[in-house]
Design a protein around this ligand. Structure first.
Ligand SMILES: Nc1ncnc2c1ncn2[C@@H]1O[C@H](COP(=O)(O)OP(=O)(O)OP(=O)(O)O)[C@@H](O)[C@H]1O
Ligand SMILES: [Mg+2]
Length: 478
């Protein structure tokens, strides 16, 4: 930690020197001032972290004046007031005017040290919160998409360019990574933003209806077609059509879709004529379309038409540095919802999260990505019941468990030294053995539990000379 600079203002020389010496012993850098005027002079030329001042200072400026001056120049300075007997009321007054804390003479040095350390910790947290808030407030071109990681910066750069075009886009990524969010963002930042964004979830609509839904139909085209209706393509004319979960589209429709994309015209069901459409298509899927092409379940030609510009969404576990930012984003969001529900019109209380809870969130693997994080925080905010801080106990049990298993270990380093590689080796063996116990020797399942590839686990077992979980037949494939 950086050295902290303290200005100690006290007119009683013996006391001042004694305290200065003890503070210096604890690693602080201390300057002494014997009077208020001297203190004010020193404040003008140096940015102290902490000022400790006696309230009564003989002649010249008193402690309150010194503190006022300090805070005027350095709003973030930690001001600690030392009071004599019977001046507590004045100290309280000083706190109201911005002092951080006070201590009454005579005091134990440890009491003062405790006050200093608490104040430093509080200031650190405040600074951290302010930093996060500032990062959130920074205006992105793509508002509502939170992220500062390298992966997200790359995504923003990509979105920036593709939004300007009308090219077909294929957004891929695991569930909850923000595919739909990104599709919206592209539309709203494109020249088509004044026109409609029409979304259709291909998997949610039965095959027979999907065709009519996409391309429209005339009256009597099929049983139940009581009126003529334009399809989603026509609705999205000059705007954007979002084809969500495009991998679920049946082969017959895949072909028709391909034709529309190539010909830029649609034919309503039961109609002879065609309608010209100018639609930008954004498709999304959490399936591996390339693999489906290889397996013959998705048309190759359609795949290439859709994937003109692929936009891959990074999973949250690969950009954990975004977790604190997302947490703050969702706390603001759900905190505001909560305040509105409780007492309409009242400003939302600022919710924060305990560092320990944040550590749990950072170590979780997030198979459900941002949606899972969002849900976890919505639940946590609901469970706080008016508390301002999210604690570990407010998190879903699975996440509490995740963090606990990698809690920092309490390792004492002996004077004789510590064999770190040996220790890590042993740790790895133990954890792998436990995972294999839990899965009754199933390596595939154990690898999954440990967030390893199966091949990696097998490698490790080989390297270890395979003793973990001995007594079981491990040569059987899992
Ligand atoms: N980067 C982000 N910043 C803020 N919110 C996000 C971000 N990514 C996702 N979200 C939020 O997470 C939730 C899930 O996002 P979205 O619905 O876009 O995911 P998806 O990739 O379409 O998932 P699925 O494949 O399950 O449909 C939404 O509430 C969305 O607003
Ligand atoms: Mg989606």
């Amino acid at each position: 930690m950086a050295t902290r600079h303290i200005l100690l203002v006290e007119d009683e020389a013996p006391l001042r020197e004694a305290v200065a010496e003890q503070l210096t012993d604890r690693g602080f850098h201390v300057e002494q001032a014997a009077s208020g005027d001297d203190a004010i002079d020193r404040l003008a030329s140096f940015a102290f972290d902490i000022i400790i001042t006696d309230l009564r200072l003989g002649t010249g400026a008193d402690g309150t004046a010194v503190l006022d001056e300090a805070r005027a120049v350095y709003p973030d300075i930690i001001g600690i007031i030392v009071t004599g007997y019977g001046t507590v009321k004045d100290a309280v007054e000083a706190i109201k005017r911005g002092a951080t804390d006070f201590i009454q003479k005579p005091f134990q040095f440890d009491e003062l040290l405790h006050i200093i350390n608490t104040a430093l910790e509080q200031r650190r947290l405040r600074a951290e919160n302010a930093y996060l808030r500032k990062q959130l407030e920074e205006r992105y071109r793509f508002e509502g998409i939170i992220g500062k990681s390298t992966a997200m910066k790359e995504l923003f750069a990509l979105l920036e360019t593709v939004a300007q075009t009308s090219s077909t886009i294929l957004v891929t990524g695991e569930t909850g990574t923000g595919k739909e969010l990104v599709a919206h963002a592209i539309h709203h930042n494109s020249p088509r933003r004044a026109q409609r964004f029409v979304a259709i979830h291909c998997g949610a609509i039965p095959e027979t209806l999907l065709e009519a839904e996409l391309f429209g139909h005339v009256r009597g085209a099929f049983t139940g077609a009581v009126a003529t209706r334009p399809g989603r393509f026509e609705e999205a004319n000059r705007g954007t059509l979002f084809l969500d979960e495009v991998s679920t589209m049946p082969p017959s429709l895949q072909m028709k879709l391909l034709r529309v994309i190539q010909g830029r015209e649609v034919q309503r069901l039961g109609d002879q004529g065609v309608v010209k459409v100018d639609v930008r298509i954004i498709a999304a899927t959490n399936h591996d379309l390339a693999k489906m092409v290889a397996e013959g379940t998705f048309r190759e030609d359609l795949y290439y038409r859709l994937a003109v510009i692929p936009v891959p969404m990074p999973p949250l576990r690969d950009r954990k540095d975004d977790v604190p930012l997302l947490v703050q984003h969702f706390l603001n969001k759900f905190g505001a919802d909560l305040a509105r529900d409780r007492e309409p019109g009242t400003p939302a209380p600022a919710l924060s999260i305990a560092q320990e809870a944040l550590r749990h969130l950072m170590s979780h693997n997030w198979p459900g990505n941002v949606r899972e994080l969002e849900n976890a925080l919505e639940r946590a905010v609901a469970l706080t019941g008016g508390r301002r801080q999210i604690d570990v106990r407010d998190l879903p049990p699975s996440i509490q468990a995740a963090g606990a298993s990698i809690a920092p270990l309490d390792v004492a380093i002996p004077d004789a030294g510590f064999d770190l590689p040996g220790y890590i080796d042993k740790l790895e063996r133990d954890v792998i053995a436990r995972a294999l116990d839990k899965t009754e020797g199933n390596k595939g399942a154990a690898a999954k539990l440990l967030n390893l590839k199966r091949t990696t686990l097998v490698e490790k077992l080989k390297r270890m000379g395979r003793t973990a979980g001995a007594g079981r037949d491990d040569t059987q494939p899992a």
